[in-house]
Design a binder for this molecule. Structure first.
Ligand code: SF4
Length: 696
């Protein structure tokens, strides 16, 4: 019997970035576990990390390039040129060697660039690609093609965290390591279902809350974490900024702020203080008028006082960012930290809970239309994904290069996205499986999965982890396909390995990565290293100065605007309105578009469809199955589960399964500064479906 081998690497799923050990026998992953002394995992993995590896060996992996027959019908010259080199795959696709498929892509790109312009090309990367491939995708887009239109799926998650933190403290990244949660005297978790979305970070919060009774959870619905909280603060939809400004009001009004910190490390305090104390929406007295939420008038000041007077940390998720005022709410969080000196020291700070395993890294690599690698200003600023969708509809964008991102599933306004994609002359996708966007693609490349390759991932605490393959694979790495196409377009990519690409990253993005050589990342694989990395790494940011131009933290005040649920309650219209408010999020067993997790029966068997959570008081009205309808579209039939603790007219649904069409409900409403979709609040009608009809 061949021996079992153990290899250390990093989990491919969420932004926590747990260290894993793969037990491999004859090129098959038998088990994944975490060592007791794992710095991130602390010896525990969630069910995704533990059981979510069946996808690697799945029979429906894309094993060879696929070229859509209908694409060649529309491109007769390409068909004539390459026909003899193509082999039948099935009724819709040909297959070919990598050499031929990359040549077809290069030929078509040449035509498009010549006929239209380089700017008719755009690239969208996924935040699960490693840094090397993310770096090369933006370089391919900007340099090989000459288009500024590069983006990544941070657009639908934490772009407002980057924006809000950059403007106030100069750096869009977590300030402290996870283990500082244990050092903290008070923890404020807002807009995060941490136990399901970031479970291994949640373990630390749970330990601390059980021991110290020091947790406040702010959300629109009850979460499992909130059950352990000293302050379980359920708020109306779209009121994050209202709550955070009210906290600041209390701290200012009761003079609980850190005068010395403000004097030596910040600017703009006077204007900020005046604006907030004169803002009628910042005074927590307003909550007395919000029927059903009157308790916030007492609870919010209590949270504010504890936060100000203790060594406190704030952790947040997409419940903060996926709103019209997501960036402003992040600025409000930073304001609180600046006000109280709860930043730039151990046990305090700001912790955006990044969703995907390399969303921090993809942004660091410059997969954003307004940042080059290392957050430098690009020669030309490109369009953000929602603007690209509009440009596709207008006929300005003709080619989409999509690497590890399912724009045809996880983006909002899917009716519009589907129309826009039809307007393109070329869609190229690099993927593991036939996801929704892969089905739309003209050419699909199957690539190595995270467990089959070498590469750097940056987790939610800026920690670099160099992955190593658990098993071998003949498939190309993402960056290798980009290199081949670049060379066929006359480019000069001459990388021989991932390390070659990374060595260039260390030069181009030297402010953060210059000291992160592969050999050091290997040597410190267990501990990991947090950027910026020179000779040493940097576990805590902003110890002496903020990373702004003058080193000072900026107070930036944004007033909450009366709207949505609060407006309806204040105007006494809430009870008479027919619609409900829907928020969306993850479940523990699945990840993003579930392309990987649904291939593990241990994960998928119980959660093979999206489930709607609704208030128990609505059970007699809705029944077991419903369809949701918004002004933008309709979901498929959803199974309903009822919870006693849900506030009236509050709904929650997961979005992992394309078949439930949840993202057809959302429109173009998005963050005012960076266009992150408002996935956390949409008005919907609930239509009961009689007869228990279940979709297949
Ligand atoms: S918490 Fe995230 S990184 Fe850790 S095992 Fe679970 S999915 Fe993987």
């Amino acid at each position: 019997m061949p021996k079992k081998v153990e290899k250390e690497s990093v989990c491919t799923y969420c932004g926590v970035g747990c260290d894993i050990v793969g037990v491999v026998q004859e090129q098959e992953i038998k088990k994944i576990y975490a060592k007791k002394d794992g710095v991130v995992s602390q010896g525990k993995l969630c069910i995704k990390g533990k059981y979510g590896f069946d996808f690697v060996h799945s029979r429906d992996r894309i094993k060879s390039p696929l070229i859509k027959k209908s694409f060649l019908e529309k491109n007769p010259k390409l068909k004539e040129k390459y026909q003899e080199k193509l082999a039948e795959f099935n009724k819709d696709y040909f297959t070919s060697s990598l050499e031929i498929a990359t040549s077809i892509v290069a030929d078509k790109l040449k035509q498009i660039i010549q006929k239209y312009s380089p700017k008719s090309f755009c690239a969208i990367g996924g935040a699960r690609s490693n840094c090397e491939s993310a770096y090369l995708l933006q370089k391919f887009c900007r340099k090989t093609i000459g288009s500024p239109h590069i983006d990544n799926c941070a657009r639908v998650c934490h772009s407002p965290s980057l924006k809000g933190m950059k403007e106030t403290i100069g750096e869009g990244a977590a300030t402290n390591p996870y283990n500082d949660i244990y050092e903290s005297e008070f923890l404020l978790v807002i807009g995060s279902n941490t136990m399901e979305a970031h479970p291994i970070i949640a373990n630390r919060i749970v330990d601390s809350a059980r021991q110290n009774n020091n947790l406040a959870v702010i959300d629109v619905r009850p979460t499992r974490l909130a059950k352990l909280a000293r302050y379980n603060c359920i708020i109306p939809f779209e009121s994050n900024l209202l709550i955070l400004n009210a906290m600041a009001y209390v701290i200012l009004n009761e003079e609980l702020y850190d005068k010395e910190f403000i004097a030596t490390r910040t600017k703009g305090f006077r204007e900020y203080k005046d604006s907030i104390l004169n803002d009628p929406y910042a005074n927590p007295e307003i909550f007395k008028k919000i029927e059903g939420y009157e308790y916030l008038a007492k609870m919010v000041p209590k949270i504010a006082r504890e936060y100000a007077l203790k060594k406190s940390m704030i952790l947040w998720g997409l419940g903060v960012t996926e709103h019209i005022d997501g960036s402003y709410a992040v600025m409000a969080l930073a304001n609180l930290a600046l006000l109280t000196g709860n930043i730039g020291k151990s046990g305090a700070g700001l912790m955006p809970l990044r969703g995907q395993n390399n969303v921090q890294g993809a942004c660091d690599m410059g997969c954003l239309p307004y940042y080059d690698p290392d957050y430098q200003t690009p020669k030309e600023i490109g369009l953000m994904t929602p603007e690209l969708i509009d440009a596709m509809l207008e006929g300005k964008i003709k080619a989409l290069y999509n690497m590890g991102e399912d724009i045809a599933h996880i983006h909002p306004n899917q009716n519009k996205v589907q129309k826009a994609l039809k307007n393109l002359e070329l869609i190229v996708v690099q993927e593991l499986f036939m996801t929704e966007i892969a089905k739309k693609a003209d050419i699909v490349f199957g690539v190595k999965s995270a467990y089959e390759k070498v590469g750097v991932y940056v987790n939610a605490m800026r920690r670099l982890h160099l992955s190593q393959p658990l098993i071998e694979s003949d498939l190309p790495d993402d960056w290798e396909i980009l290199k081949m196409i670049d060379n066929k377009l006359g480019g000069d990519f001459d990388y021989k390995s991932s390390e070659d690409v990374w060595d260039e990253v260390r030069k181009v993005a030297h402010r953060r990565f210059s000291g992160a050589k592969y050999y050091r990342l290997k040597r410190h694989r267990k501990r990991g290293m947090q950027w910026p990395i020179y000779y040493e790494d940097t576990p805590i940011l902003h110890l002496l100065d903020f990373r702004t131009k003058d080193g000072l933290g900026n107070f930036i005040y944004n007033q909450w605007k009366k709207r949505g649920m609060v407006k309806e309650i204040l105007n006494k219209e809430f009870k008479t309105k027919k619609h409900y408010y829907l928020t969306t999020g993850r479940t523990l067993a699945h990840y993003n578009n579930s392309a990987q997790t649904k291939r593990s029966s241990k994960l998928n068997d119980k959660y093979d469809g999206d489930i709607l959570l609704a208030p128990a008081t609505d059970k007699d009205i809705f029944g077991d199955f419903v369809v949701l309808k918004s002004i933008y579209g309709e979901s498929e039939v959803l199974k309903v589960k009822y919870l006693e603790e849900m506030k009236p007219k509050t709904l929650f649904c997961t979005f992992h399964h394309a078949k439930s069409k949840i993202n057809y409900l959302f429109g173009d409403e998005s963050d005012e500064l960076v266009k992150t979709a408002c996935f956390k609040s949409i008005k919907v009608e609930v239509i009961p479906v009689s007869g228990g009809m279940e979709f297949s």
